[in-house]
Ligand binder design. Structure first.
Ligand code: FE2
Length: 481
């Protein structure tokens, strides 16, 4: 039975205090307490008249004091929506009402342990229908075939409506078996969405295609030698391209040591298959060990496939209950921009660095997914390397000239992911704006900054003062009006 004072869905508020002094709940990782709606956010500068729609950012915001060791991958998803309209800018935030969070709401306290203690299964009497694993849907938010899906790579998508209210887990009408990556690739020409999922148990990799109507029309199991934490992939107009890098799940260590281990001795391989292919069509190409958490884009020219991403030489995500300062251990080797290539004719493949600037959160104008693109956006450590993902600089690359332009967010500033919002009146690839939720330690506030994508160095042309800070999180998208 729920205690009499258990918060209802209507008045959910975070009760997290960081009483256990957890590193992933410090500073701007501390969750905000409330869901609010503000219609008239303060704006400095000028919002472009073509910028109409919503910037929505997903990220962890635990509702209850965590049980045991907390990692930022664990927190209940919260969507922050900033809507640019003719009458001004509004803000709204909502928790993802996962079934797991529902069980915790009924109990009035946390029920689920985090990933580091994943073998500490919750009491079935407390979880009920929600099951032994919470799907916090805290990583990304996308739209495909009219559905908005909040994503978390350990489970199926969670559908939300345009008001950010949760509709529930979505399994493509029962056709999706297992999880879905937080980084599907949508072909803007065909409307197809290609995606994959990994599993700790065989089959270790599954690949899917949903057609432009949202119907899941192709699902195949793919062979991998070991269970790995694959986060992203790319498509060309013809191919799906995977990077099988050796971030290997350690089943023996689950709950008692590092959840994943970097095993370069396992090797690293690029996998290429036709977008509607099967395991029999999948070709693997061995390259030097390295991991990519996020790719920019890829394309094929004849037999040659090129793609790019932020490459980590020695990744460590610090999901380890024996290491309380796990995030610091994870900070030492940030990713750096790299180009990859495969020659399907000769069978050769490789990679080369494209810049020495440490950074990640790779994004492009998504209208160029799968075809050659010129501009690439990244969040970077412009100064010294700080905590994992805690960037201070927005970067735009012109890949045709190699030119790099940057805007440093200033003293105490921390940038999130840059999202490209196209100018509806534009014609060039970079006709549009970059939107980024920038946190400032001084004042403990977040400004949602709008930059002209053609002139990043000029800095924000508009800043929207958030009515409450937006905690550090993961991915965002632009949903045009
Ligand atoms: Fe990601």
């Amino acid at each position: 039975m729920a205690p009499a004072n258990a918060p209802s869905v209507a008045n959910l508020a975070s009760t997290v205090t960081n009483a256990a002094n957890q590193p992933d709940l410090r500073g701007n990782l501390m969750p905000v307490r409330s869901e609010i709606d503000i219609d008239d956010c303060h704006v400095d500068g000028t919002i472009p008249t073509g910028l109409r729609g919503s910037f929505i950012r997903n990220g962890p915001n635990p509702a209850f004091e965590p049980l045991g060791s907390y990692h930022m991958f664990d927190g209940d998803g919260m969507l922050h929506g900033i809507t640019f309209g003719d009458d001004g800018v509004s803000y709204r935030n909502r928790w993802i009402r996962s079934r797991g969070l529902g069980a915790e709401l009924a109990h009035g306290a946390a029920v689920y342990h985090g990933l580091a203690e994943v073998m500490s299964f919750p009491d079935p009497k407390l979880t009920g229908d929600a099951g032994p694993l919470k799907n916090p849907a805290n990583t990304h938010i996308i739209e495909h075939a009219g559905r908005r899906l909040a994503l978390w790579e350990g489970g199926p998508p969670t559908e939300v409506d345009t008001n950010l209210d949760t509709l529930g887990e979505y399994d493509f009408g029962g056709r999706l078996v297992g999880a879905m990556t937080a980084h599907p690739r949508i072909d803007p020409r065909t409307g197809e969405m290609c995606f994959f999922s990994y599993s700790l148990f065989e089959p270790y990799l599954r690949y899917h295609v949903a057609d432009s109507t949202g119907a899941l029309v192709h699902s195949v199991d793919l062979d991998l030698p070991a269970p790995v934490m694959m986060h992203d992939f790319i498509i060309t107009e013809e191919h799906a391209v995977f990077l099988d890098s050796p971030i290997v799940f350690d089943l023996e260590n689950l709950g008692t040591g590092p959840m994943v281990n970097w095993k370069p001795e396992n090797g690293t391989r690029i996998g290429v298959m036709p977008r509607r292919g099967t395991n029999a069509d999948l070709r693997w190409f061995e390259i030097e060990p390295g991991h990519v958490q996020h790719f920019w884009n890829g394309w094929a020219t004849g037999n040659r496939i090129e793609f790019s991403g932020s490459r980590l030489a020695d990744p460590n995500f610090g999901i380890d209950p024996t290491s309380p300062l796990d995030e610091q251990a994870a900070d030492n080797q940030p990713g750096r921009p790299a180009r990859y290539w495969v020659d399907l004719g000769s069978g050769s493949a490789g990679w080369e660095p494209s810049d020495d600037l440490p950074g990640d959160f790779c994004r492009i104008n998504d209208a160029y997914t799968g075809v050659p693109n010129r501009y690439a956006y990244m969040s970077a450590f412009g100064g010294s390397v700080g905590n994992q993902g805690d960037f201070d600089t927005m970067v735009a690359y012109d890949q045709s000239t190699g030119e790099r332009s940057m805007w440093h967010s200033g003293a105490g500033g921390h940038v999130g992911e840059s999202v490209f919002a196209p100018d509806p009146a534009g014609t060039a690839e970079n006709d549009g704006w970059l939107i980024n939720a920038v946190y400032y330690e001084g004042g403990d506030r977040t400004d949602v900054c709008v930059l002209d994508a053609r002139d990043v160095e000029a800095g924000p042309i508009a800043r929207v003062t958030m009515p409450q800070r937006i905690p550090f999180g993961f991915h965002a998208n632009w949903f045009g009006a």
